[in-house]
Design a protein around this ligand. Structure first.
Ligand code: COI
Length: 369
């Protein structure tokens, strides 16, 4: 009888530990008093807490929210050698009533697991990703800057944690979320170099995944463009260097005549941006015809020569809507008077209006914390 009672008790406690939920350990003293939440650089400061959960023996553990702190790792950690590492970028905002909202986090959650599948990593369950993020943002909600163009940048990421240097998918992984109160990523209109030698992505590759290696692979070409005085490169297709793909950390839009054109996602070479998707919706709401299709650099030059290329801008979570003031292809330079533009500023105003709670959230994009 006593034994039976004991077994029942053990079963109950195991179930309680295995149930979804988040363990929270709070900081003793917040660092928030040491920081001014205005005029912040992008991604340099981190909030008081972070979320951490490990995958092992084919299952995820209990997520833990704890004080932001360094990680202890073995030099043989698989992610450091073979790059099984993916991430997301999401933003949280505070409206005028002080309520906290996250912009379209479910879309990032879905994309995260698409990246995970491509990199042969386990899917993160929705309750860990969404509920963990909600709890973490809620705990550090006072870190959400109130200033225009500022937000709390949410960085979920996952990496392999096997300690072995044989090349194979890891059996263990760590999923984490950190938060960074942040200002704009690009502060001024950009000069862009059209890349026709180096390649970011090709069909069958990993261009559509938010894999850490995609960003590492872009750095050399970007550094070459910087030496020539450009901020970023506009990637072109791997076979002919004829069709445009994306710019640095952003998707790209061209206003040609009364249409908005952006490269389509069909080839799997372009990141399916959440801001890209939001921009398409808002541009349609603004009455523009939006075309998602292959766009050649020749078409862009012809439109420019004919006075039809009105605006060029990038979209991204970090970048929001970023104007391009110069586009250079070989020796041909396309320059734009960004202060005369109508479309990109209106798009940014409407998008930020929804995110900052100043416009109606007609598309159900804001997730209440
Ligand atoms: C984002 O827009 O969130 C990104 O992931 C870009 C980042 C590499 C700064």
């Amino acid at each position: 009888m006593v034994v039976r009672f004991f077994c029942f008790f053990v079963q109950i406690s195991i179930k309680m530990i295995a149930a979804p939920g988040v363990h929270i350990t709070r900081v003793e003293r917040s660092k928030l008093t040491d920081i001014n939440l205005e005029n912040l650089p992008f991604g340099k400061f981190f909030t008081d807490h972070m979320l951490e959960v490990d995958y092992e023996d084919g299952k995820w553990g209990i997520p833990e929210i704890k004080p932001y702190q360094p990680l202890l790792m073995e030099p043989s950690l698989a992610a450091l050698h073979y790059g099984q590492a993916i991430f997301e970028g999401i933003k949280a905002y505070r409206n005028e009533e002080g309520e906290a909202f996250i912009f379209r986090p479910r879309d990032n959650f879905k994309r995260f697991n698409i990246s995970a599948e491509r990199m042969q990593m386990p899917a993160v369950p929705e309750e860990i990703f969404m509920e963990g993020m909600r709890e973490l943002v809620n705990l550090d909600r006072n870190w959400i800057p109130a200033k225009e163009d500022h937000s709390l940048y949410i960085r979920p990421f996952m990496f392999s944690t096997d300690e072995v240097i044989g090349v194979k998918p890891s059996e263990r992984y760590k999923f984490m979320i950190i938060l960074s109160p942040t200002g704009p990523y690009y502060v001024a209109p950009m000069r862009i170099y059209v890349e026709e030698h180096y390649v970011r992505a090709c069909p069958g590759g990993v261009g559509y995944a938010k894999a850490a290696g995609n960003y590492a692979a872009a750095m050399y070409a970007t550094a070459q463009a910087r030496k020539k005085g450009y901020d970023q490169v506009l990637w072109t297709d791997a076979f002919e260097h004829k069709y445009v793909q994306e710019i640095g950390t952003m998707n790209v839009f061209f206003i040609i005549g009364d249409k908005a054109c952006t490269p389509d996602l069909g080839q799997g070479t372009i990141l399916a941006g959440v801001t890209r998707d939001s921009a398409i919706t808002i541009l349609k709401e603004m009455g523009l015809m939006v075309e998602e299709r292959m766009i050649s650099i020749d078409e862009i030059m012809e439109a420019y020569k004919a006075g039809q290329l009105k605006e060029v801008f990038g979209t991204g979570t970090a970048a929001t809507i970023s104007s391009i003031k110069e586009l250079r292809y070989k020796d041909f330079v396309m320059e734009f008077q960004v202060d005369t533009w109508k479309t990109a500023p209106e798009l940014k105003k409407r998008l930020n209006g929804i995110r900052e709670g100043k416009r109606a959230d007609s598309y159900g994009w804001m997730y209440r914390v």
